[in-house]
Design a protein around this ligand. Structure first.
Ligand code: PLP
Length: 403
C-alpha cells in the first residue's frame, strides 16, 4: 500500500517553528528579559458576556430531558443558519438559511471544501497568503499557481496582472480579504474584477472572510455584496477573530444555490458531503455562536475588536511618524510593514528580538514575495503593544547606529 505521496511535497512550517526556536534560544540566553509578542494570530480577550450566558444556558438545556439535544443537523442548527442568513440580509445580501453551512472553524472548511472539486485542479493563490491554502492543496494533489502581490499594487493583485500564459488558467482562486498577513482589503471594484474574471474563465473563488468584522471603511464585508458573485463564489467565515472563538470553534460557509459548474450544483453537493462526513457541530457551541449575532452580542464583540483596533493605531502611528511604508491595520488586525533599509524579513526579526525584545512575523513565511516585509498582529495586550511601539520608535528613529 502506498500512502498519499503528496505529503512528501509539504515543507515543514519553518515559519512558526523558526520563530519558536529563535525566541526559545533568546530566552534561554537572557532569562531576565520579557518578550513582547506581536507575532501571535490568537486573540487575547475573553468571550463576550452575551456568549457566555448563552453557553451556560445551553449547558443547562443538556441537563433536562425536555431540552436535551443529541446529534445536531449536519449542515447546522436551523436557528443558527437563519440567524447568519439574517446577518447577511442586514447588509443587503439576499441569502436563505440553507445557503449557510455551520462549521467548526474556517481551517477545517478550507481543507474539507476541496472535496467539491476533485483532484488535479489548478489553484491560484494570491501571495503572501495564509499558509493553510498552500498546504491543503499540496495534500490534495492540486497544481498551485501563485500570483505575487507587492507594494506596487498595495498587496491587492488583480486578474489583469495574471501572466497571459496557457497554464495560468485557474479552476479555483483563493482570495482573503481583509488579508492575513497583509491586512490589505479589496474594495468593490477590485472584487468585481475578480468576480467577472472567475465567471469568464469558469473558475470558483474561495473567499476567506475571516476578518470581515474588522472592516471600518465602506467596502464589502462579503463577496456576495458584489454583483454576480453568487455564480462563482463560496465564502468561508469564522467566529475566531470576530468573537474570540479560537478555542471555542465555530465558523460558517456560504454556498449559494446559484453556484454551478459542469451542470453540478455545489450547494447540493455540500449537503451530500456534510451528511456523509460530519454529525454536526455541538448544540452548546452553536447556541453561543447565535448570541454573537444578537444586538447585545454585536455591541460586545465590537468593544473587543475596538481594543485590537486601538493596538493597530498605536503601531500605525509610530510607522507614520517614522515614514515607513505599511498596509493593513485599518480594516484588519494585522499591520504589514516594509522592513527598513532593505533588510530581509528574518534579519529584521532578529534585530527586533535582540534589540527590543519584540516578536513579530517575518513576511517571507507567507510566500516569496513577502520577503522584505514584516507582520505585526494586533491581538496582544494594550500594555505590550504600547511598549512595543515605543521601543520600535526608539530603535528605528533617526541616527540609530544599530541599523
Ligand atoms: N483564515 C484566515 C485568513 C486566518 O487567518 C485564520 C486563522 O488565523 C483562519 C482562516 C482559521 O480560522 P479558524 O480559527 O476558524 O480555523
Amino acid at each position: 500500500m502506498i500512502p498519499n505521496k503528496n505529503y512528501n511535497n509539504l515543507k515543514d512550517s519553518y515559519l512558526f517553528f523558526g520563530i519558536a526556536q529563535k525566541t526559545k534560544k533568546y530566552l534561554a540566553e537572557h532569562p531576565d528579559k520579557k518578550l513582547l509578542r506581536l507575532g501571535i494570530g490568537d486573540v487575547s480577550l475573553p468571550l463576550a458576556p452575551a456568549v457566555i450566558r448563552a453557553l451556560h444556558e445551553a449547558v443547562d438545556d443538556q441537563a433536562t430531558k425536555e431540552n436535551f439535544h443529541g446529534y445536531m443537523p449536519e449542515c447546522g442548527a436551523p436557528f443558527l443558519r437563519e440567524t447568519i442568513a439574517k446577518y447577511y440580509n442586514g447588509r443587503g445580501v439576499e441569502l436563505v438559511s440553507d445557503e449557510v453551512f455551520v462549521s467548526s472553524g474556517a481551517s477545517d472548511e478550507l481543507g474539507d471544501i476541496l472535496d467539491l472539486f476533485g483532484r488535479d485542479k489548478t489553484v491560484m493563490i494570491l501571495e503572501p497568503a495564509y499558509p493553510a491554502y498552500v498546504d491543503a492543496n499540496i495534500i490534495g494533489g492540486n497544481r498551485i499557481i501563485r500570483l505575487a502581490a507587492g507594494q506596487e499594487n498595495g498587496f491587492l493583485p488583480l486578474p489583469s496582472e495574471i501572466p497571459q500564459e496557457e497554464d495560468m488558467y485557474p479552476d479555483l482562486i483563493y482570495i482573503c480579504s481583509p488579508n492575513n498577513p497583509t491586512g490589505a482589503t479589496f474594495d468593490y471594484a477590485g472584487l468585481k474584477e475578480w468576480v467577472d474574471y472567475a465567471n469568464a474563465v469558469g473558475a470558483v473563488i474561495l473567499f476567506d472572510a475571516a476578518y470581515e468584522a474588522f472592516i471600518e471603511e465602506d467596502i464589502p464585508h462579503s463577496i456576495f455584496e458584489v454583483e454576480d458573485a453568487k455564480k462563482c463564489a463560496i465564502e468561508i467565515c469564522s467566529l475566531s477573530k470576530t468573537a474570540g472563538f479560537t478555542g471555542t470553534r465555530l465558523g460558517y460557509t456560504v454556498i449559494p444555490k446559484a453556484l454551478e459548474r459542469g451542470g453540478m450544483n455545489f450547494n447540493a453537493m455540500w449537503v451530500r458531503n456534510r451528511t456523509t462526513k460530519t454529525n454536526g457541530v455541538s448544540y452548546i457551541i452553536q447556541k453561543g455562536g447565535a448570541a454573537v449575532f444578537s444586538d447585545e452580542g454585536q455591541k460586545q464583540i465590537h468593544e473587543n475588536i475596538n481594543v485590537y483596533k486601538r493596538n493597530a493605531k498605536c503601531i500605525m502611528s509610530v510607522l507614520d511618524e517614522l515614514g515607513i511604508w505599511y498596509t493593513g491595520g485599518k480594516n484588519a488586525p494585522y499591520v504589514w510593514m516594509k522592513c527598513p533599509n532593505n533588510m530581509g524579513s528574518w534579519e529584521f526579526f532578529d534585530l527586533l528580538l535582540n534589540e527590543i525584545q519584540v516578536v513579530g512575523t517575518p513576511g517571507e513565511g507567507f510566500g516569496k514575495c513577502g520577503e522584505g516585509y514584516f507582520r505585526f498582529s494586533t491581538f496582544g495586550s494594550i500594555e505590550d503593544t504600547e511598549e512595543a511601539a515605543r521601543r520600535l520608535k526608539e530603535l528605528l528613529g533617526d541616527k540609530n547606529e544599530k541599523l
